[in-house]
Design a protein around this ligand. Sequence first.
Ligand SMILES: [Mg+2]
Length: 187
Amino acid sequence: MKKRGWLVWCPDEVVSSVSDIHPTWLVQQGVQAVLLDLDNTLVPWQRVDVPESVRQWIGEMKRAGLRLCLVSNTRRRRRLEVLAKRLGIAYVPRAFKPRRYGLRQALQQLKATPEQAVMIGDQMFTDVWGGNRMGMRTILVLPMARREFIGTKVSRLLERILLWAYQRTGALKQGAGTLATILASKK
Ligand SMILES: [Mg+2]
């Protein structure tokens, strides 16, 4: 179901990191395709080394039969290619999230409908918004590193405020205690 009004930035779930997303849980919900943001979701911003925990998680996702695709706004296409090859998954460069074009391309590559897909990323105004616009499930992960693009730092504050507002109004399923624990886990 598509989210409307101020809920367009509201994720279905908030987790500390991708490793907290269990493949079987996704499969049980009818998810077949997983669209993944790259920077600060799978690797720290502008880095090329994928943490071991992320590698393992991607392996588990594949073994569960999920089809994966990187959907990144990065301008460094070569780096995205290298990482996608290394992880053995599809990719869409220059996605321009929250625009729908790149997300549609990813769905085509994975042969999935929005209802069968989930968008996972660390930014509410690109990853979550884009996924919600497509009518996909959306999962927000906390950013891996504090070091990031200066413009992003500004939106982080807005994201926190919105998350609390969503939680208070019941739009976000996670209870206040759970959300506080998750947000505190990356300080
Ligand atoms: Mg990101």
